[in-house]
Design a protein around this ligand. Structure first.
Ligand code: CA
Length: 245
């Protein structure tokens, strides 16, 4: 979904720059929003983006299924009444294919059978329409925290601490200024300690679909994180990628 108010612009170097549409210094999480109603989708995106979420939207079940099957998201917001393929079928297909990202389903008010069916089909939580944005945000964060196995909102590793709610990072208790993209990258590593993460995986995960990516920008961000957090924070695994351990 285009970031309203954050149009791409040409840099002096001639490159086009597309801002993430995320307030600097906020923590970002990548969400797939599958919703056919334009007004609801726009309201959700407008509410989630300032809170640091990156939102990619599909407006029908078929696209939603394909995006969730072929791309990585921290969580999905899934409407049940969708064109092409209905939401419950999309969810069952993902689960049958081994896709285990947290899914928050949107249900019509008062339809308890939908909630039961949704949970039985593999949903992690549900929220009824009409909803309040802060509740959607709180539920998404809780789902993502639970999935990552972290009980609290603060991730710590060696000298580094990252509060995933406020997006504040510290090294040995000293605050470190990180851009939204750097925070996103740090959180990605901190959720996957000890695992080798390829440049490809980082590129796929950290950018939204409409952002063009240059393969060498990942290296640039890795070296910035090292400069801000310490040289040994992220190890290069030659030919494979990077690891935090
Ligand atoms: Ca619908």
């Amino acid at each position: 979904m285009p970031h309203a108010g954050f149009p791409p612009f040409r840099l002096a170097s001639g490159w086009w720059f597309r801002p993430h549409g995320v307030a600097p210094g906020r923590f970002a999480i990548r969400i797939l929003l599958v919703e056919d109603d334009d007004d609801i989708a726009a309201r959700l995106a407008a509410g989630l983006q300032p809170a640091g979420f990156i939102v990619d939207r599909a407006s029908n079940g078929e696209d939603g299924h394909a995006m969730g099957a072929h791309d990585q998201f921290d969580a999905v917001i899934l409407d049940l009444g969708l064109p092409n393929i209905e939401g419950l079928t999309v969810l069952r297909k993902w689960r049958a294919e081994g896709r285990d990202m947290p899914v928050l389903i949107l249900t019509a008010r008062g339809t308890w059978t939908e909630k039961v069916e949704g949970l039985n089909a593999g949903a992690d939580d549900y929220i009824g329409k009409p909803f309040h944005i802060p509740e959607v945000i709180a539920r998404l964060r809780a789902l993502i925290r639970r999935k990552s196995g972290a009980a609290s909102a603060t991730l710590t590793h060696n000298d580094i601490s990252l509060d995933t709610v406020s997006g504040k990072a510290t090294v040995r208790g000293r605050p470190v200024e990180l851009t939204a993209f750097e925070l996103r990258m740090l959180s990605y590593f901190m959720h996957r300690l000890g695992r080798v993460i390829s440049q490809n995986e980082l590129t796929e995960h950290l950018y939204t679909l409409e952002e063009s990516t240059e393969s060498n920008t990942i290296e640039v961000y890795i070296s910035r994180l090292r400069r801000k957090l310490g040289r040994d924070v992220i190890t290069t695994v030659r030919g494979l990628g990077y690891r935090m351990d």
